[in-house]
Design a protein around this ligand. Structure first.
Ligand SMILES: Cc1cc2nc3c(=O)[nH]c(=O)nc-3n(C[C@H](O)[C@H](O)[C@H](O)COP(=O)(O)O)c2cc1C
Length: 817
């Protein structure tokens, strides 16, 4: 019984016992509501399992207890509140916002083209059991309600899993199936629970995925299959977006087909597209200035600002007053994307900050801004030197009740930099007074969609706060945003140029996407465009979305600290003005990642170094107050060390892919040092890769001292037993050492191919891969097939089966991006 210990048996036994008890007690209900029973049962078992599963993290002293969740909305109430006869509700299952964004764009077009009101909804907020006997519910609503379409925009994660906000819906709809080995089952509709209960549901489906993953778009595919099997009908064709190619292209290819099908289904004429270009835009929101509000009535950037979040009560309890207020009320606080913990940075240091990426330039391409600490220009050689920086940062969880497990992810919100906010303000013609004016965004009654539209950010707040803390102002502008911008171009030539870009995907890629032009950069090129502020704030810009990082600490060793290992994303691209001729000169535009730049600013503030915003020659350069607290929450992952620490583990993690493995190594040494184990910790091999041993070698000393600790045990008579099987090794690959051949992690794994195969095949070993999905993880996967053939004598089919078996038995884990 590999990998199963006594606690597993106890849990399985207790769950089985409790299942019997649950079913016995539920009999009294007559079992009339099968779906509700199923959902209740699932949640009952998962809660029970959670209670029985021993936590490896000791509770912090003031761990609060009860978790409360707001009650769910019903589909029928939302439909009743919509004015148009025909209606649409678009549900999204999204982790990083793409699915929500595409659902919103579809909703806006459906309204603009057909006059059909469309609501965009978070799956987590709704009681989806409303879909049962949906046709009958619609009839009971009378003539007020015409045809209704339900939309699904579902992203796939992990190993073919739903997003967090779609998990409950998926569990209910699939009745607990449709995962892992169940993926290929064809009879998912043959149970009695939901048979034909989906009659009356008309739906559209767009799945979001990435072809480099084995379970490409599983969510869209499985949910469609299940809906069809219970009697629901798809309108149009299913859409599948591939992030490895172009999600945007896939969406744009699907959209016209689905709009055509919707037009036929609703029986309405399409008023949108090019025909609608002559019509004036009716903004979704109005804007009012609120100059006389007291400071505490104004939002200041709840997610990542230095300002104390408005909802916090005064009194003791650290920065996050909820911890104090709610802990005394004996409630457990559920921290998630909507309700992050405001955590303090306890430690922050550079893992490297000395090397640069060099870009050769044409003299005309020089960036227009003053060289800064992030990049410098060497005029004699015409090179741009962009500083590479990697940061180790630790967040405090003490007394918060927030726990994590080694291998989990931490979600972090970022903020835009002062430079980016100033650039956008200049492009929009806003001066400091306009930026600091406090505004309130309100639904515009002239646009019927507005009644159901989600407020773009907490209101009222200053324009500066909205640009800094709530809205993503730097992403490359998309074609649908340009379509709206064109309506506000006063100059006909400019308007015609914008429509050319909107209508011609290749032109868009060449002129906008390839140089990643942001809204500010595009507006500088089209000077006749005068955008109303409410359109910028409420319709053109999307909210800042959370980014996830692999946790690089061990919960067993450091239960009150979560650490991340982040490389600052910095690069530069040549960019040409949009309204000038082919031969006009390009300039180089410096770009950076939103959250990693925020982490870098935070680090420089925390460590009291000059901030990277400061220009090299101006030490008085002002910069916005940086956060003293960081909004974070934990996302559970299945990237876990084996329960049985004596099982050998192989880890492959180049670059920041090493992050979770720092936690894994710490944990294995911690577990061995605690001496509580009956069997010694098994072999622990890390394959690590970076460019150069002296430049970007992460945690070199730390790993060295862990190896020395274990070696020390082996030398000591007293400790030798615990270190007996503990073969701790870190094997390095360096890809940019002058005069030497490039070596990648895949190469050093291949060199040890025989041992790796034996650990996995004969010694119940586990393999973990973290980092780049497209090249490294795909190469490792191919390599495993080769090893099975070379050292296991397997043919192609058998090798495939062997690798698949490693995955389905939980022995092969990937945390890749
Ligand atoms: C950690 C991670 C795991 C993923 N797993 C899968 C997968 O198993 N199958 C798939 O088709 N796509 C997978 N994807 C791709 C996402 O579904 C895709 O990027 C999608 O656009 C994300 O949508 P969202 O921004 O709405 O969350 C994964 C992406 C990440 C970052």
């Amino acid at each position: 019984m590999a990998g199963i210990d006594l606690s597993d048996i106890l849990i399985v036994g207790a769950v089985t016992l409790a299942t019997g008890l649950f079913l016995y007690l539920r009999r009294g209900n007559g079992g009339s509501d099968a779906a509700a029973n199923s959902a209740m049962f699932t949640s009952f078992v998962s809660k029970l399992t959670a209670i029985l599963t021993p936590s490896t993290t000791p509770p912090t002293p003031s761990t609060p207890r009860i978790v409360s969740r707001p009650s769910k909305k019903t589909i029928s109430t939302t439909l009743a509140s919509m004015e148009s006869k025909h209606k649409m509700i678009l549900f999204y299952g999204s982790q990083t916002g793409t699915a929500e964004d595409l659902a919103t764009r579809t909703a806006n077009e459906v309204y603009a083209n057909f006059g059909v009101e469309s609501v965009v909804a978070d799956l987590e907020d709704y009681d989806m059991t409303d879909l049962i006997k949906f046709g009958e519910s619609l009839k009971s609503m009378g003539d007020e309600v015409g045809k209704v379409v339900i939309g699904f925009f579902l992203a796939t994660y992990g190993e073919g899993e739903p997003t967090d906000n779609a998990a409950d819906f998926y569990e209910w709809l699939m009745d607990g199936r449709g995962k892992g080995e169940d993926e290929d089952v064809t009879d998912i509709g043959d149970d009695m629970q939901l048979e034909q209960q989906g009659d009356g549901v008309h739906y559209i489906m767009f799945g979001l995925g990435n072809k480099t993953y084995e379970h490409f778009n599983s969510m869209g595919r499985r949910v469609s299959k299940r809906l069809d099997s219970i009697g629901a009908k798809m309108v149009g064709i299913p859409g599948e977006g591939d992030d490895d190619g172009s999600m945007e292209d896939d969406f744009l290819a699907w959209k016209p087909k689905v709009l055509e099908a919707l037009s036929a289904y609703y029986g309405v004429k399409d008023m949108g597209g090019k025909a609608g270009r002559g019509l004036a835009h009716v903004p979704l929101f109005n804007l009012s200035e609120e100059s006389s509000l007291p400071d505490k009535a104004v939002f200041h950037g709840e997610l990542a600002s230095d300002h104390k979040p408005r909802r916090f009560k005064d009194g003791p309890g650290g920065d996050d007053k909820r911890v104090f207020v709610e802990a005394t009320a004996k409630k457990r606080i559920l921290y998630d994307a909507k309700n992050p913990l405001f955590s303090h940075v306890t430690k922050s240091y550079n893992l490297f900050n000395e090397t640069v990426d060099q870009l050769k330039l044409k003299p005309s391409e020089l960036p227009p801004t003053t060289p800064s600490q992030k990049y410098t220009h060497d005029a004699s050689t015409n090179t741009l030197n962009i500083r590479r920086e990697c940061i180790h940062m630790e967040f405090d969880l003490s007394n918060t009740g927030l726990r994590y497990e080694t291998g989990d992810h931490v979600g972090i919100y970022g903020a835009n930099s002062l430079e980016q906010v100033s650039l956008l303000a200049r492009a929009l013609g806003l001066d400091d007074a306009a930026l600091d004016s406090v505004v309130r965004v309100k639904a515009n009654p002239a646009n019927r969609q507005s009644a159901m539209a989600k407020m773009p950010f907490p209101n009222p707040c200053s324009v500066r706060t909205a640009f800094t803390h709530y809205l993503a102002i730097t992403p490359v502008l998309k074609q649908h945003q340009l379509e709206l911008i064109a309506k506000y171009a006063a100059d006909e030539t400019e308007r015609a140029m914008i429509y050319d870009i909107v209508d011609n995907r290749n032109l868009y890629v060449e002129k906008v996407e390839s140089s990643q032009k942001s809204m500010a950069e595009v507006l500088f090129d089209f000077r006749s465009v005068k955008l109303p502020l409410q359109v910028v704030l409420g319709e053109l810009l999307s909210p800042i979305v959370v980014r996830y990082y692999s946790i690089s600490s061990s919960s067993k060793k450091e239960p009150c600290t979560v650490s991340i290992t982040a490389v600052a994303v910095r690069y530069a691209l040549p960019s040409k003005p949009l309204m000038q001729s082919e031969n006009s000169a390009a300039t180089l535009q410096y770009k950076e990642g939103l959250v990693t730049a925020y982490v870098s600013r935070l680090h420089h503030k925390t460590s009291q170094l000059p901030t990277p915003e400061m220009s090299a020659d101006d030490s008085t350069y002002p910069f916005p107050p940086l956060p003293t607290h960081v909004p974070i929450f934990i996302r559970t992952s299945s990237f876990r060390l084996p329960r049985d620490a004596s099982a050998p583990v192989i880890m492959i993690g180049p670059g920041t892919g090493v992050a979770p493995f720092r936690g894994f190594l710490q944990e294995r040494v911690h577990v061995a040092s605690s001496g509580a184990l009956k069997k010694p910790v098994g072999s622990t091999w890390l394959f690590y890769g970076c460019r150069h041993p002296e430049q970007d070698h992460l945690y070199k000393d730390e790993f060295g001292s862990l190896i020395a600790t274990v070696d020390g045990w082996k030398q000591s008579e007293q400790d030798a037993e615990r270190a007996k099987a503990f073969d701790l090794r870190v094997m390095n690959a360096f890809s940019r050492v002058p005069g030497q051949q490039k070596v990648y992690v895949q190469d050093i794994v291949q060199k040890m191919g025989k041992e790796v195969y034996e650990v996995l095949d004969k010694m119940r070993g586990y393999i973990y891969v973290c980092g780049d999905a497209k090249n490294m993880a795909a190469d490792v996967n191919t390599l495993l097939h080769k090893l099975a053939a070379e050292f296991g004598g397997k043919n192609e089919e058998e090798a495939k089966k062997w690798v698949k078996n490693l995955k389905t038995t939980g022995k092969y884990h990937e945390d890749v991006w």
